[in-house]
Design a protein around this ligand. Structure first.
Ligand SMILES: NC(=O)c1ccc[n+]([C@@H]2O[C@H](COP(=O)([O-])OP(=O)(O)OC[C@H]3O[C@@H](n4cnc5c(N)ncnc54)[C@H](O)[C@@H]3O)[C@@H](O)[C@H]2O)c1
Length: 380
């Protein structure tokens, strides 16, 4: 491998753009002291879209054919930013070609495909990362640090909610996100995959769960390729608009998660509250730089939630905030992911979260969908 890690980004849509921006920032960040990314190829079936990203972010080349690009010798790392069902084929072919991999979440649309992907990257001996970027939100990383240090004592319970209003308008046209084949599920997949990863990361593995899924907007308009609604055409929706899960962790702790994309009043509301024998903590992504803590060892009269403004003393906190109180944005969490990934590739060490974490989340999603179908508790 050359000194730079040469990137081929597949999928020049929303995430392709966010990843590209992060690579560019990383180039200036690491230019002085280490190996950085080199933007070699950007690929999209929509060639003008790939060309736009090439021009904006300085990729050397663009293409509409991912098979040709991943086979090239001038690519070290393939970054998969297409719809979920295509992750598998790109990952399997890239691993066969010996490329390191970054894959957007969820890893696949079912655990069988995810398992194949894990086996492929492990057999190839390449570095692999899944983009569960919330793990690099300083407040969440700090919460995990507190849990690992036993600050909350025995952890009894986690309650999580991921609510957005993005599909609250029933006239929002369908996209791949509403297709069971292309996405693998609805709000549970698109949003719940992040929350389920965090629940595992903070609490350990889930052993059993029961769930209820609801499709509450039965059909939506169809749009043409330019995004214009086609008059009189509506598509039937079968993926979940909202899902509720109750879960039991291997530790014996209890958990719950609700996801919905029909939540007027909620923009990007990933919230969790966690109770232990010595205290509690609370996080809400709409207050990204805050962690609320309750220390239950102080006298009762002074016991309650305290808001900690996350910054310099906390994980990742010193990297981007001008000073504590000035905050970090969600885009920086992508940059932090990519920084750890590039360092892993350069140093030949495996990184986290990786495809094994992706597989575990896909197992949880499949169990939740199965439980909802059967109307009963299932083992994970
Ligand atoms: N980490 C996060 O917070 C986060 C947020 C949003 C989306 N995502 C994930 O990122 C992935 C992409 O989502 P998005 O919102 O960017 O979607 P998008 O629809 O904006 O972009 C997908 C792109 O893939 C292209 N594409 C489709 N088929 C292709 C093919 N055969 N070859 C090359 N390109 C092809 C499309 O033309 C489109 O430009 C999904 O897996 C999604 O779940 C993650």
């Amino acid at each position: 491998m050359s000194k730079a890690v040469r990137i081929a980004l597949i999928g020049a849509g929303w995430m392709g753009q966010i990843h590209s921006e992060a690579y560019c920032r990383l180039q200036t960040k690491t230019a002085v002291d280490g190996v950085g990314p080199e933007l070699r190829w950007v690929v999209d079936v929509d060639e003008p879209r790939a060309r736009r990203l090439m021009d904006t972010y300085g990729y050397s080349n663009c293409s509409d054919n991912w098979q040709e690009v991943i086979a090239r010798n001038d690519v070290d790392l393939v970054d998969v930013c297409v719809h979920n069902s295509l992750h598998r084929d790109i990952v399997l072919a890239s691993a066969r070609a010996g490329k390191h991999l970054l894959c957007e979440k969820p890893l696949a649309t079912n655990p069988q495909a995810a398992d194949e992907m894990v086996r492929a990257v492990e057999a190839a001996g390449v570095v692999h990362m899944i983009n569960f970027n919330y793990r690099r939100v300083p407040a969440i990383a700090f919460a995990r640090e507190l849990l690992r240090q036993g600050e909350l004592g025995a952890v009894y319970q986690i309650r999580a909610l991921f609510a957005q209003d993005f599909a609250a308008n029933p006239e929002l046209p369908v996209s791949w996100r509403f297709s069971p084949d292309l996405a693998g599920g609805g709000s549970l997949v698109t949003m719940g995959s992040h929350a389920l990863d965090l629940m595992r990361w903070l609490m350990g593995n889930v052993t059993t769960l029961v769930s209820m899924t609801s499709t509450l907007v039965p059909d939506r308009p169809v749009a043409d390729e330019e995004g214009r609604v086609v008059p009189g055409r509506r598509a039937k929706i079968s993926v979940d608009d909202a899902t509720s899960i109750m879960a039991r962790f291997a530790s014996g702790a209890a958990g719950s998660l609700e996801t919905t994309w029909l939540a007027h009043g909620r923009k990007h509301h990933l919230e969790f509250e966690l109770y232990g024998s010595r205290g509690a903590l609370h996080f809400n992504s709409e207050r990204l730089n805050e962690l609320r803590l309750c220390d239950a060892t102080v006298p009762l009269a002074r016991r309650g939630f305290t808001t900690i403004l996350v910054g310099e003393p906390h994980p990742y906190g010193g990297e981007f905030m001008l000073k504590t109180g000035m905050g970090i944005g969600i885009k920086e969490t992508f940059l932090l992911q990519l920084e750890d990934l590039i360092a892993g590739v350069a140093g030949g060490v495996q990184v986290e979260p990786n495809f094994r974490d992706g597989l575990e989340v896909d197992r949880l999603i499949a169990a939740a969908l199965e439980s909802a179908k059967l109307g009963q508790w299932v083992k994970v």
